[in-house]
Design a protein. Structure first.
Lengths: 493, 276
């Protein structure tokens, strides 16, 4: 009997040691980190997302400071919506968005209302009272974008098959600019379908206009932006829906830069983008569409390394900059994408370039560049009228996501992991630039806070440019060890 | 727990078995398995029962964990080590960490059902079990089959004990004469047990035939103690819980398949996805 019990104990110890090993995040005290220009003010551990990290997938997060800088809102991949006191880290309230992720968050001008946009079966945009967390209204975009198929349990990418809010911006007067996108493989129709639509909602959740007016566009609109007064809205259309029934629907042509009137939602300018042949078959973009604060310029960074600058008043393409377009190294073309960009308060466009890659889809046996692109991993500050690169900062590791304070004094960029194991640099964190300093990128570089895992690209800078909020993701190295965790870090300059 | 009415015990076992099939999440299966093991231990089983139970549980858990660890096909997957490394022609035979975890979760189903069955057998006399089964509104054939199979288990254990005793008296000691001899001898133990089981079942069939047994006749009313009101209420609650989970699973399935969706049910869908 004692032998039997001993065996049983051994079995349980072994079993639980396995479970603990699977959890396996290594301890790391960030408060002890001696960082340059930044220090940790507070941190908040979120949920265990190591399951996703092991599959090489970062867990989404979205952060926003309120206009007065006193509150910080966080939306997470697991559907948590949290409101914190920005200075102390005290959790004011927390809500759960079931069956979806909180994709975007935004505060009203007076800070009394918190809006969130979800990627969920209803792809809803909701308004909550910041004081109590009470729901004021919800706007269901899935009625237009279709609901799609819910994710099967255990399907880590399933949530991305649902319709979602890809842009949520509060305009002057309290209106909301909402971009909804639904891109999914329709198993009943055996084809990829893509539906997108832009809305301008009143503070009470009423539709002021929708683009396209009569229904969703049969095309991917991945990101949108508006000027400070909400008079011009810009977006980019990418891949068309492959379903014949969708193609009959009216909408902008695919592969275009589209500028709309912010008041009526009517098209004011469409520019057809042409792929950079022979290396690229189509134009791709990510969160790199922006409109200058005065509404004069529009900018679009493409994955082929081109930066398009548009004069929205003259309704024409002003400049095309070959910032990171392909160069031939060792007989192969090597490029870097321009995936994240935003305008500062002084109408200077800040854009970051990604890793050196071979153009996707080329008929080549290898996929490893022979050498790095000289403009990869770079932060550029571009003056739009003259298309002059005012300054640039070469980073030793992969950059993603750009955040600015409303005054345009501080810029923060996240550092993340590249998907290729053999060329990526294992160094993550947040880089901060003081835009008020004169000189080049290195003199403006004001701080770096290292983290164990990559930082997600939706980071935020407080209005007084003193605080920087970022979400770290857990990261799995080549031999399966887990580093870092899914946590919110608030850093102080 | 030992003094519960046989009907209550039946319902407990039925609910645990049903839940072990319906539940899919680690948390709920763990709770079910722990509850079921507690039920078994609360019936104060004998030492030999405990020994056999823990041996069966640990071999079941480890067996499923190892097999799932080796043949796990889903992603993400983390290789712990490889017995046969992958090559150009062979995908390799490796232990996958996620497979171990999946196997552990799956084994909890077996542990729950096994513990519930062990509780029923251990806490109820065969006479009372037969009476309870006989009193159920089922054809006699079914109740007799259930009672006969339950009665056969202690008999099988006795026979196994007898065979092992005989082997021991003839000088057999495991592993003394090598692994292959031990395996061959252990496998050979099955034959006398099988022969005995077939002979007994034939004798039982002949007896029933000569006595004019009608398997479709309604059950006889055997004496059973009255079913306490509290236990009736508890049984009703348990059956209601099982039914609710069953209906909830159907609703969740309808949502996943795109058959039926209601916005107000989203918290319910999330709860079922995470915990059920």
């Amino acid at each position: 009997m004692p032998r039997c019990l001993g065996l049983f104990m051994l079995f349980f110890v072994n079993t639980f040691s396995f479970l603990l090993a699977a959890k396996g995040a290594l301890a790391y005290d960030l408060k002890k980190v001696k960082a340059f220009g930044l220090e940790l003010l507070w941190e908040k551990e979120l949920e265990d997302v190591s399951f996703y990290a092991r599959a090489g997938h970062p867990a989404d997060a979205c952060l926003r400071f309120s206009k007065n800088g006193k509150m910080l809102a966080l939306g997470t991949f697991t559907g948590r919506l949290m409101l914190f006191s920005a200075e102390s880290g005290r959790l004011i309230w927390e809500k759960r968005v079931p069956e979806g992720m909180v994709k975007r968050v935004a505060f009203s001008e007076d800070g009394r209302v918190l809006y969130y946009g979800a990627q969920s079966p209803d792809a809803e945009v909701c308004a909550l009272e910041t004081k109590t967390g009470k729901r004021l209204w919800c706007f269901n975009t899935a009625k237009s974008l279709e609901r799609g198929t819910p994710a099967a349990p255990g399907d880590i990418y399933g949530v991305y098959k649902l319709p979602g809010i890809y842009r949520l911006k509060v305009l002057p007067g309290g209106d909301l600019l909402v971009l909804g996108l639904h891109s999914w493989y329709d198993e009943k129709k055996s084809t990829w379908r893509r539906l997108s639509r832009l809305w301008r909602l009143s503070p009470a959740g009423q539709v002021r206009w929708a683009y396209p007016k009569d229904g969703p566009a049969p095309v991917t609109m991945i990101y949108a932006d508006a000027d400070h007064k909400g008079q011009v809205v810009a977006t980019v259309t990418l891949m068309p829906s492959e379903y014949e029934g969708d193609r009959q629907k009216p909408g902008p042509p695919p592969q275009s830069f589209v500028a709309l009137s912010g008041r009526s939602g009517k098209e004011i300018f469409i520019y057809q983008l042409t792929p950079l042949k022979p290396y690229f078959k189509r134009v791709s973009a990510w969160e790199s569409v922006a409109v200058s604060p005065d509404g004069h310029f529009g900018a679009l960074g493409a994955s082929d390394g081109r930066l398009f600058i548009f004069d929205l008043k003259a309704k024409r393409l002003l400049h095309t900059l070959n910032l990171a377009t392909p160069i031939v190294i060792g007989g192969f073309p090597v490029a870097a994408s321009l995936s994240y960009g935003t305008f500062g308060a002084n109408s200077i466009f800040y854009v970051v370039s990604g890793e050196s890659t071979l153009p996707y889809g080329l008929p080549m046996a290898g996929d490893k560049p022979a050498g790095p692109h000289p403009k990869a991993r770079m932060l550029f500050a571009v003056e739009p009228a003259s298309a002059k690169v005012l300054w640039q900062f070469p980073s030793p590791f992969k950059l993603q996501g750009v955040a600015l304070d409303p005054q345009g004094k501080t810029l923060a960029v996240a550092a993340a992991a590249f998907r290729r194991e053999d060329v990526r640099v294992r160094q993550f964190g947040v880089l901060v630039f003081d835009l008020t300093r004169p000189g080049g990128g290195l003199t403006r570089f004001a701080g770096y806070f290292p983290t164990l895992g990559p930082c997600f690209f939706h980071l935020a800078v407080s209005p007084d440019s003193r605080l920087i909020a970022v979400v770290e993701n857990p990261w799995r190295d080549e031999i399966g060890r887990m580093f870092g965790s899914y946590r919110l870090l608030v850093l102080k300059r | 727990m030992k003094s519960l009415h046989p009907y209550t015990k039946f319902i407990l076992v039925f609910v645990i078995s049903g839940l072990s099939v319906l539940l899919d999440q680690a948390f709920s299966l763990m709770a079910l398995a722990l509850g079921s093991v507690f039920l078994f231990l609360a019936a104060w089983p004998s030492r030999s029962w405990l020994k056999g139970f823990f041996l069966l549980v640990s071999t079941t858990v480890w067996g499923i964990m190892i097999s799932q660890g080796l043949f796990y096909q889903d992603f993400p997957r983390t290789i712990v080590f490889c017995l046969v490394p992958p090559s150009e022609t062979f995908p390799g035979l490796c232990f996958i960490k996620e497979g171990f975890r999946y196997g552990f979760i799956q084994s909890l189903r077996f542990v729950a059902a096994l513990s519930a069955g062990a509780y029923l057998i251990n806490s109820t006399s065969t006479e009372m079990l037969f009476r309870a089964v006989g009193a159920l509104p089922l054809p006699r054939g079914l109740s007799l089959m259930a009672a006969a199979s339950v009665r056969a288990l202690p008999r099988l254990a006795e026979d196994l004990h007898l065979v092992r005793q005989a082997l021991r008296l003839r000088g057999y000691r495991p592993f003394r004469r090598g692994l292959i001899y031990t395996l061959r001898t252990e496998m050979a133990v099955v034959y006398p047990l099988l022969v005995r089981a077939i002979r007994d079942s034939r004798a039982l069939a002949d007896t029933l035939l000569t006595r004019g047994f009608d398997p479709l006749a309604p059950a006889k009313n055997y004496f059973l103690p009255p079913w306490p009101r509290m236990e009736r209420a508890l049984s009703l609650v348990l059956m209601g819980l099982l039914l609710a989970i069953f209906l909830g699973k159907i609703l969740f399935w309808a949502y996943l398949q795109g058959v039926f969706y209601a916005e107000v049910l989203r918290p319910f869908y999330a709860f079922f996805r995470k915990y059920v």
